[in-house]
Design a protein around this ligand. Sequence first.
Ligand SMILES: NC(=O)c1ccc[n+]([C@@H]2O[C@H](COP(=O)([O-])OP(=O)(O)OC[C@H]3O[C@@H](n4cnc5c(N)ncnc54)[C@H](OP(=O)(O)O)[C@@H]3O)[C@@H](O)[C@H]2O)c1
Length: 299
Amino acid sequence: MTSIAFLGAGMMGAAMIRNYLKAGHRVTVYNRTPAKVVPLVDLGARVAATPAEAASGAEVVISSLTNDAASRECWAGAHGVLSADLEPGTIAVEASTVSLPWVAELDRLVREKKMRFVDAPVAGRPDVAEAGKLRVFAGGAIEDIDALRPVLAAVSAGVTRFGPVGSGITFKLIYNVMGAVQVAATAEAMFACEAVGIDLRAAAEAFSAGATGSPHVVRHARYMAENKHENPVQFSGRMRIKDVGYGIDLIEDRGAQSVLGHATIAVFQQMVDQGVGDRNDSELIDALRSSSRSRRERR
Ligand SMILES: NC(=O)c1ccc[n+]([C@@H]2O[C@H](COP(=O)([O-])OP(=O)(O)OC[C@H]3O[C@@H](n4cnc5c(N)ncnc54)[C@H](OP(=O)(O)O)[C@@H]3O)[C@@H](O)[C@H]2O)c1
């Protein structure tokens, strides 16, 4: 049994917390919106009013938060984890998809407090998190990641160490650019099929059965064909833009290129411009329909 502080009871966080509780760990949760913690208390979670309060006495502190701003607030803000009196050797784990520069800064701040740091972003949507089958892409000292493995086993089907601190998020951002490109390509291809009069169910079946059929394509083509999207929203267009933006910054900073990353942001930006950026990424096809219709009407 490990004493875990968990920051962020969003879709991913709440699913992970449920699995940590199920595995017998002691979990203290901080969430900005307190109401989201209530169902977790029924399962045995303790509640903290601030990240600092959650972290005090914890052996491992894990966060699953929207972006750099949310992570900075919870770790380094006025009532953040780093303002608490923590045991030296406590392991700080950033499981959110955030930028590499922020991960590097957070590592430095954590080390100043004599704590250890591991970046451990996850792959898999909330249903995969619920099943405890996430893939963890870890960066950090071998001994720190090994110390975490029994804890992470509660939420994951596998932990891959990519190298020192920062390497987990580095791989995750490249992985997510590739994933977002596939979702954007699926929406464009399905919309193209519709435009030329191909039945969308037949198209989804053929894209899924053929060499095009990655898990992203299989999942999203079906939602698009059935015009039935996940409820509640599992991963939004806005989150896609956030991830690809961090990814492009990293890729270009290292001298590689992301032509497809830029194109993917331009495609998802249509959702934001139409005021539906917080809808599921699979609903991108509706944004494409709508902007193409407006373009035709303007001609
Ligand atoms: N959804 C997926 O499929 C998926 C898959 C892999 C990785 N991820 C990554 O996992 C992380 C969490 O995603 P999610 O899907 O769980 O998102 P979510 O349901 O929107 O949850 C976001 C969490 O961040 C908190 N938050 C946002 N801004 C904050 C701020 N300024 N200060 C304090 N807390 C703040 C939210 O608190 P409130 O409840 O108060 O809003 C909530 O706890 C993200 O980095 C995402 O990219 C998501």
